[in-house]
Design a protein around this ligand. Structure first.
Ligand code: FES
Ligand code: FES
Length: 194
């Protein structure tokens, strides 16, 4: 088939009206850090971009934008997620918490303070994601969710260093502040049992 014909053939099969709909803005309401936020966004906007570019909550960071680094970690209904892999429109009605929502009336969250105390960051770019991830990790740990290193039948396992390393392995720190990050977690949750 000649090239021009192939192009025409492909075009005729394309659902252009559906594609137009895909780029139309939609009104949604997100519950972020305890406040209702009205947004008018295209359905393809990620939760990360909605937070940063539309709500100007730039504490949540964009690293890889493909689910590999954890810099964009936020909490949704208490669970940690990579916001770069989530579409904002999916999260209407959910309770979203970003790093800006962890401090209480100007007082740092104990983990934020521990990261300072233990020198848990250098550039700080990964830090908001690290801290949100720890909060989510502790919820998972508290519910008894096993990790890859949890031994079979350990119902009341302790939050060991091995557990912390495994459970936080989705959050990368390119400047290598892992020792400080581990110590910060230990400062707040050391010896915690499920
Ligand atoms: S920016 Fe989302 S995982 Fe890297
Ligand atoms: S503190 Fe530099 S990447 Fe984490």
């Amino acid at each position: 088939m000649p090239l021009a014909e192939v192009i025409l053939c492909c075009k005729s099969k394309t659902n252009w009206s559906a594609m137009t709909t895909f780029t139309e803005t939609q009104s949604i309401v997100l519950q972020v850090n305890g406040a209702r936020k009205n947004l008018s966004i295209e359905p393809r906007v990620s939760l990360l971009d909605a937070l940063r570019d539309y709500l100007h909550l730039t504490g949540t960071k964009k690293g890889c934008d493909q689910g590999a680094c954890g810099a964009c970690t936020v909490l949704v209904d208490g669970e940690r997620i990579n916001s770069c892999l989530a579409l904002a429109i999916q999260y209407e009605g959910c309770d979203i918490v970003t790093i800006e929502g962890l401090a209480n009336a100007g007082e740092l969250h104990p983990l934020q303070q521990a990261f300072i105390d233990q020198d848990g960051f250098q550039c700080g770019y990964c830090t908001p994601g690290q801290i949100c991830s720890v909060v989510g990790m502790m919820t998972e740990f508290g519910k008894g969710a096993p990790s890859a290193v949890t031994k079979d039948g350990t119902a009341n396992s302790e939050l060991t260093e091995e557990e912390v390393r495994e459970r936080m392995s989705g959050n990368l720190c390119r400047c290598g502040a892992y020792v400080g990050i581990r110590d910060a977690i230990k400062q707040v949750y050391g010896g915690r049992q499920q």
